[in-house]
Design a binder for this molecule. Structure first.
Ligand SMILES: O=C(O)[C@H]1O[C@H](OP(=O)(O)OP(=O)(O)OC[C@H]2O[C@@H](n3ccc(=O)[nH]c3=O)[C@H](O)[C@@H]2O)[C@H](O)[C@@H](O)[C@H]1O
Length: 404
């Protein structure tokens, strides 16, 4: 099936990527011209932001999406824009992974009419200009330093992006009048060591034993947002994303690096627990997560504060967004092998206990009840889509007759 469609897939890909490169080049030239003028409030910069923020449906919302050039940010921005909401993106385009992928996502968003401001949300002046230009009804805060193992050597990056940035953004939201409702990316990793000694993980479980700096900063974010909710009246929804995967995904994640290595004939490392049990994750497909994000925005309720005062109480919610159906890492590898019709060379390594949770399974009944969240994509189906995208995006030839 993949082979039959490969030729047209390949020429479509060439046309599409060329168009995107053209759009990116134009965007880069424009952004170069604008960079010197940004803080001078040029009409061009403002005009783009206003156009991007324009609401085109009755009762639509106007959303600032942080981390818009990221994996989830790109998909959520497109979904909102497509249904007629106003969307303005902001992203610092860091080089944690291939910048080219982020630039292509930017071009894709541009194609959909979403403008991304190139900047850091730690920059208070930038945030002030954005909020002065658009009266955002919602903020979808997805910008973060991700990666569990990377935190071992780079802890300060997590403090900067997951804690300092969060406070800067919340301060800005607090000061806005009216205040926007905030939906933000927490993480399933907050469950850490399974101290509750039960699966699946529920939102009411204890979450005070993280196993990585990354998870600690996400848990800290939940407490910081709670403070802003209680004292300043911000409506807050924290989403505990489990292992999100799919087209336009993150190259640092296992499924992505596995396919790259398998295709290049390089070995992959599969971690397992010290007692030789397989690691497992509650892999969740991007389209399902996007539905959860959009439903969270739609049901957020209003913020009730203004500056340091508040009038009543605003919602504070936390939801697991997983698949409720964990799969082991060796099983993930065999699904990839089947799709690629190639065999992986696997090194099995025992975990040293620093960073990775051994097992994750989300209880999603709260999200089902409050958001109507109902994932419909199993790992086989989702990975098939991812593999198709990967081969298209990287222009990899595919030999259907290869033996597994
Ligand atoms: O918010 C979160 O909850 C995080 O989710 C994701 O973390 P994880 O669920 O751990 O996904 P991922 O790294 O793909 O590893 C998957 C499995 O493969 C195993 N794994 C990993 C790498 C490898 O080389 N070998 C291996 O066996 C590994 O031990 C694990 O069992 C994001 O990466 C993280 O940035 C953050 O967003």
């Amino acid at each position: 099936m993949i082979r039959t469609s490969h030729r047209s897939f390949s020429s479509n890909r060439t046309i599409f990527l060329s168009a995107l490169v053209l759009v990116t080049l134009t965007a880069s030239i424009l952004s170069f011209i604008e960079s010197g003028e940004r803080f001078l409030h040029t009409t061009s910069w403002e005009t783009k932001i206003r156009a991007s923020a324009q609401i085109r449906r009755p009762n639509g919302i106007s959303v600032l999406v942080t981390g818009a050039a990221g994996f989830i940010g790109t998909h959520v921005s497109i979904a909102l824009k497509t249904r007629g909401d106003g969307v303005v993106g902001v992203d610092n385009f860091d080089n944690y992974y291939a910048l080219s992928l982020k630039e292509t996502r930017r071009a894709l968003l541009d194609f959909h009419g979403v403008f991304i401001v190139d900047g850091d949300i730690n920059d208070r002046r930038l945030l002030a200009i954005l909020f002065d230009t658009v009266a955002f009804t919602h903020v979808m805060h997805l910008a973060a330093q991700v990666g569990v193992q990377y935190a071992v050597d780079n802890p300060y990056a997590y403090v900067h992006s997951n804690i300092a940035s969060l406070v800067t953004l919340l301060e800005r939201c607090k000061a806005a009048d009216p205040q926007p409702a905030v939906v933000w990316a927490s993480s399933g990793s907050v469950y850490g060591v399974n101290i509750n000694n039960k699966v699946p993980f529920s939102e009411s479980d204890r979450v005070d034993r993280p196993v990585s700096i990354y998870a600690s900063t996400k848990r800290t974010g939940e407490e910081i947002t709670l403070t802003y909710n209680r004292f300043y009246g911000l409506s807050i929804t924290g989403l505990r994303f489990f292992t999100v995967y799919g087209p336009w995904g993150r190259p640092d994640m296992a499924y992505f690096s596995f396919i790259r290595n398998i295709l290049e004939g390089k070995p992959i490392t599969v971690y397992r627990a010290k007692n030789h049990t397989d690691m497992a994750r509650d892999f969740i497909y991007i389209d399902d997560v996007v539905k959860g994000c959009v439903a969270s925005l739609d049901t957020s309720g209003r913020s009730v504060g203004s500056g340091r005062s508040k009038n009543g109480s605003a919602p504070y919610r936390i939801f697991n967004l997983g698949n409720a159906s964990p799969v082991t890492v060796p099983m993930l590898v065999s699904i990839l092998e089947e799709n690629l019709r190639m065999k992986a060379t696997t090194n099995v390594v025992d975990m040293n206990g620093n960073g990775d949770d051994l097992f994750a399974q989300a209880n999603i009944s709260l999200a089902e009840k409050e958001l109507g969240y109902k994932p419909t994509t199993d790992l086989e189906t989702g990975l098939k889509e991812f593999v198709k995208w990967y081969l298209w995006y990287y222009g990899k030839p595919f030999d259907q007759n290869r033996n597994v």
